[in-house]
Design a protein around this ligand. Structure first.
Ligand code: HEC
Length: 181
């Protein structure tokens, strides 16, 4: 191989390199792409509330509280309440504990037990403990009333919730008559 041939090879390689660079530059000029100011897609996030743990959808749905309550059983509720008893009394005249006394709680206004220091979230909630509210709160307290200081994960099973709500209802001066279907 003489030097002339080497020169040719070097020249060819240089040409190719130049071509590649040139094409890149050229295509940048030809295919000029405007960069979007906000990268990616914007996804609209829809806030959803899950009220029934049994369904897999994320839509807000109206729960059939009568059907849910029909799953309840006071005797089971009494057992389930053992989880609550660490923090709550249930008997008439029972004292506030870590949580407020729960006698008469069904139908009572939220956060009104005397001498109990509620979180701001509960004190200003301004609703009543209807069956629906109790059910929602007991699924996941911190989610239902943001800022509540009830440190309880929640009752995932519908039957447990229905049962414990029935048990709460029974421990009252005026229990609701829960009509059975
Ligand atoms: C670890 C302690 C703890 C456990 C366990 C617990 N709670 Fe509570 N509960 C609280 C506290 C604390 C509050 C007050 C919440 C606030 O002020 O935000 C509360 C509040 C409540 C209220 C609102 C009462 C009112 O006067 O407005 C209800 C109803 C309730 N709990 C029911 C239950 C039930 C039913 C269970 C069992 C399934 C349970 N709790 C388990 C600590 C507990």
């Amino acid at each position: 191989m003489d030097s002339f041939e080497i020169n040719k090879i070097v020249a060819a390689v240089l040409m190719v390199a130049l071509l590649i660079i040139g094409i890149g530059k050229l295509s940048n000029i030809i295919f000029h792409v405007e960069k979007p100011t906000t990268p990616g897609y914007s996804v609209d996030i829809v806030e959803t509330t899950k009220v029934s743990s049994s369904t897999k959808t994320n839509e807000v749905e109206k729960i059939d509280i009568a059907a849910l309550m029909a799953m309840g059983d006071v005797a089971i509720g009494e057992k389930v309440f053992k989880k609550c008893a660490a923090c709550h009394s249930i008997n008439k005249g029972g004292k506030n504990n870590i949580g407020p006394a729960l006698y008469n709680v069904v139908g009572r206004k939220v956060g009104i037990v005397e001498d109990y220091k509620y979180s701001k979230a509960l004190a200003s909630y301004n609703k009543e403990w209807t069956l629906e509210e109790l059910n929602g709160y007991l699924v996941k307290p911190a989610k239902w009333i943001k800022g509540t200081k009830m440190a309880f994960a929640g009752l995932r099973k519908e039957k447990d919730r229905a049962s414990v709500i029935k048990y709460l209802n029974q421990n009252s001066d005026n229990p609701l008559t829960l009509t059975l279907p």
